[in-house]
Design a protein around this ligand. Structure first.
Ligand code: NIG
Ligand code: FE
Length: 405
């Protein structure tokens, strides 16, 4: 079915300065964009529907390329502890942090996890997100990692969202492997990844490279296993200390390296050579009251694409709005509003290997877009909080939020 969309300004994100087309029109056919350009040049069509977007600014559907939104319980008490001065690493060493979410996630049924994750996903969808990455990493054994990844798949089947599922089994050491990190890495590399990949549950493989998680050598064994299974990799790197995880990730052609507060120039060069996207996570930076800024100028200088994401997780980033991350990326990391928008559209698509089909308004891509009632696209990063009036279209179909409640 062909549809025509008229009377809007297109923020196509295909090049510099938002790649604006004022007084634009678009033709969609089934789930894809067939044509987008100035309304004056609209080709003649036999459209079944014509939509007047009322002068809105239309951006690509937003892409949240790094979330941990499937989890049991919450960590509000840890938040209170942190406010009293106990730091993230100390809480983790006391058995809190990720380990406490592992206990709650293991105790939850698949249906319980689905119900709570669906609510969080709806927050993001209402905020203009049409593509979402979801990581496992709170199960840390085969049945519980499988349970999380199945919930991720189910979210993609039941909500008007494209969901990319990432296996983060190498997120933390499960208690039953205390003191035996290498044995756990063997279990991840030799059993969990092959089995879960064979079940079709994995789109990419991630790990947490940090002194409180896994060493670069251990991460490399996970990456080697991913390579054998022809699965792409990503990495939580340089969040709390400079271990050159990003360089390792780049060597394995990673789609992205994420966090990156402690990234060094040599890592940036390696990422640039490999085409690895830098995913910056201002919510975690803010919530941990981090003061070390990611090296945005170096990323710019070497032309490393920058993506922005919520890192939605119960510990370090209980963030339910991707648009709020645009504001934080500008104010905390000094991105321009245009860079921030590229970070949740075209560059976020690249961080998920979806650049051929998602992230810009272009013929051939999915018709995933948001029509915002705004005066200028910079307002997306300017307003803090609130629910901006918008219409969300996913795969050519307007999203009916009332039907999702
Ligand atoms: O991306 N850095 C490691 N993993 C998550 C935090 C997970 C948690 O604390 O539960 C992150 O910040
Ligand atoms: Fe994360």
């Amino acid at each position: 079915m062909r549809q025509v969309w008229r009377n809007f300004n297109a923020v196509t994100m295909t090049g510099g300065a938002y790649a604006l087309i004022e007084r634009a029109a678009m033709v969609t056919r089934a789930e894809r964009i067939e044509w987008v350009g100035p309304e004056a040049e609209l080709p003649r069509t036999d459209a079944a529907h014509e939509h007047d977007l009322g002068g809105a600014w239309v951006t690509p559907g937003l892409i949240d390329c790094h979330t941990h939104l499937v989890f049991g319980g919450d960590r509000s008490q840890e938040f209170e502890q942190r406010l009293q001065g106990v730091d993230y690493a100390t809480i983790a060493a006391q058995g809190g942090g990720i380990a406490s979410t592992v206990r709650a996630t293991r105790a939850a049924s698949e249906n319980e996890l689905y119900a709570s994750a669906r609510k969080r996903a709806l927050h993001l969808l209402r905020d203009g997100v049409t593509t979402l990455e979801v990581k496992s990493g709170y199960g840390l054994d085969l049945p519980n990692e499988r349970k999380m990844l199945r919930v991720a798949r189910r979210l993609g089947q039941t909500l008007p969202l494209t969901v990319s599922a990432t296996c983060l089994a190498a997120h933390a050491l499960p208690p039953e492997y205390a003191g035996r990190a290498d044995d756990y890495i063997d279990e991840v590399a030799r059993r969990m990844l092959p089995v879960l990949a064979a079940e079709g549950l994995i789109d990419a493989v991630d790990a947490f490279c940090e002194h409180l998680a896994f060493t670069p050598g251990q991460v490399e064994r996970v990456f080697l296993a991913a390579r054998e299974l022809a699965l792409p990799v990503k990495l939580h790197a340089e969040q709390l200390s400079p271990l050159h995880g990003a360089t390792l990730a780049a060597r394995y052609g990673a789609w992205s390296a994420d966090h990156l507060e402690y990234l060094m120039e040599s890592d940036v060069q390696a990422m640039a050579r490999a085409g690895t996207v830098a995913v910056l996570l201002p919510g975690a930076f803010y919530a941990l009251r981090e003061t070390q800024l990611p090296p945005v100028d170096l990323l710019r200088r070497y032309g490393v694409p920058i993506a922005i994401s919520t890192d939605l997780n119960p510990g370090t980033s209980p963030v339910l709005s991707l648009r709020l991350m645009l504001s934080m990326a500008c104010t905390l990391f000094r991105l321009t509003p245009e860079e921030a928008l590229a970070g949740v559209t075209t560059h976020a698509a690249q961080a998920l290997g979806l650049q051929a089909t998602h992230g810009t308004l272009e013929a051939g891509k999915y018709a995933d877009f948001v029509a915002w009632e705004l005066g200028h696209p910079a307002e997306l990063a300017y307003w803090i909080g609130g629910d901006l009036p918008k219409r969300v279209v996913r795969h050519g179909a307007p999203v009916d939020f009332a039907a999702l409640d």
